[in-house]
Design a protein around this ligand. Structure first.
Ligand code: PLP
Length: 414
């Protein structure tokens, strides 16, 4: 074993990789190098088997049937809520609304929490580095209410200018929003500090945690925010799963967003009453098999331990950054002090999409484009970047293969 292949942290990446069947496949005759983890993660066999087992052995609807299968399906679904409450360190499982992902979680807050409060002249504060999911819902409810959306600026390093964000927390701001981790730059935002200042001013804070939960432990009580939105498919779980954590007082006060089955106490034509939160926000049949999977995904993270996983990812990110920085004519977007392993960059004279297409031919999957972050692209003055996003199951050898493919692609494009 040489220095390149020796584990660089106490983390057995080869053992972990064996749990991810898809990582063993070839693409265009080359071993797959999957560096599109910020887009969606791959799934360990434990999660795949849990979904399979659900349909083979437990399939039934939740909370509707008293038969054994119904109880088993409900146990898997409610078990996911328990695991999510544990993952986020929620004070209570009733603070966790199960959703289809971050987009639904944020829209729930937009329509159920923000819209009823907003008046003409009010504002919602977000930032320039947000995913569209943390911009567009605010624009939609602002347009309906006469409120405006303000965006706090970032600097050239891709860090939020925190003093400016705090200065923008003026009395007309009825809700403040921020990503915990940027999906383009990897920047980790100082959520605890922002939450403290929001509390001082009596402004609720929503945190988009989509890119944080796959990489680091999250404690919503220690962070001190009001809402925390996450999506399952970026954290080893099936697509169409996610959660909104919210303080109990907010969930109690919020009207339902979707109406239908499962969210009611009694339906009458002279007045329907609703279930208690979180069920009040969970109308209709959910992605039960997906939630069976998310519970197992959270158990999988727990079996690895975030400390070891994070140390490995950080080592790998530093190595990837070093190797990318060696390439003449490279421009890296985002050099924040504290960051997660998401690396956006461009090479002189090459279009991001052309590079991504050529990388794909070498078996390397990266994302090119605006990454659902138009305002951020506008800030950097580029239409698109190439984004390599790493996960704990990636290796140094994969970084080397990625760099070799990149150099080959650049040569072809010159
Ligand atoms: N927020 C961030 C920071 C993201 O990276 C993403 C997905 O790329 C989303 C929100 C939207 O997540 P979903 O499409 O799973 O709802």
């Amino acid at each position: 074993m040489n220095a390149q292949t020796r584990p660089i942290a106490p983390f057995d990446v080869q053992r972990v990789r064996a749990d991810f069947p898809l990582l063993a496949r070839q693409v265009h005759g080359k071993p797959l190098v999957y560096f599109d983890n910020a887009n969606t993660s791959q799934k360990p066999r434990q999660v795949i088997e849990a979904v399979d087992r659900h349909y083979r052995e437990h399939n039934a609807n939740v909370a509707r049937a008293v038969h054994q299968l119904g109880e088993e399906a409900t146990a898997a679904y409610e078990g996911a809520r328990d695991r999510l409450a544990g993952l986020l360190h929620a004070a209570s499982r009733d603070e966790v609304v199960l959703t289809s992902g971050t987009t639904q979680s944020i829209n729930l807050v937009a329509y159920s929490f923000a819209l009823p409060k907003l008046q003409p002249g009010d504002a919602i504060l977000t930032t320039v580095m947000e995913h569209h999911a943390n911009i567009v819902p605010w624009q939609l409810v602002a347009a309906r209410s006469g409120a405006t959306v303000k965006a706090a600026p970032i600097d050239e390093r891709g860090e939020l200018i925190v003093e400016k964000y705090l200065a923008m927390l003026t009395p007309e701001v009825k809700l403040a929003c921020v990503a915990h981790v940027s999906n383009v730059l990897g920047t980790v935002n100082p959520v605890q500090e922002i939450a403290r200042e929001c509390r001082r001013r009596g402004i609720p804070l929503l945190v988009d945690g989509s890119q944080a939960v796959p990489h680091r432990p999250v404690d919503v009580q220690a962070l001190g925010c009001d809402f925390y939105a996450i999506t399952g498919h970026k954290m080893l779980a099936p697509t169409g799963t996610g959660a909104l954590w919210a303080k109990r007082e907010h969930l109690q006060a919020m009207p339902p967003f979707f109406g239908g089955g499962e969210m009611i106490r009694e339906v009458r034509f002279d007045g329907t009453t609703f279930a208690e939160p979180p069920h009040k926000f969970e109308a209709g049949t959910p992605n039960i098999a997906g939630f069976a999977g998310i519970g197992v995904a959270i158990d999988y993270y727990a079996s690895l331990g975030f400390e070891a996983l994070h140390a490995w990812e950080q080592e790998l990110m530093r190595y990837a950054l070093e190797r990318i920085e060696e390439i003449p004519g490279v421009r890296i977007f985002g050099t924040a002090q504290e960051r997660e392993p998401v690396i956006s960059f461009l090479l002189d004279g090459a279009q991001a999409t052309d590079l991504a297409t050529l990388l794909d031919l070498e078996g390397v999957a990266v994302r090119s484009g605006h990454h659902c972050a138009h305002p951020l692209m506008q800030f950097f003055g580029v239409p698109a970047t190439l984004r390599a996003s790493l996960a704990f199951y990636n290796t140094r050898e994969e970084v080397d293969a990625f760099i070799a493919a990149l150099l080959k692609a650049r040569k072809l494009l010159r």
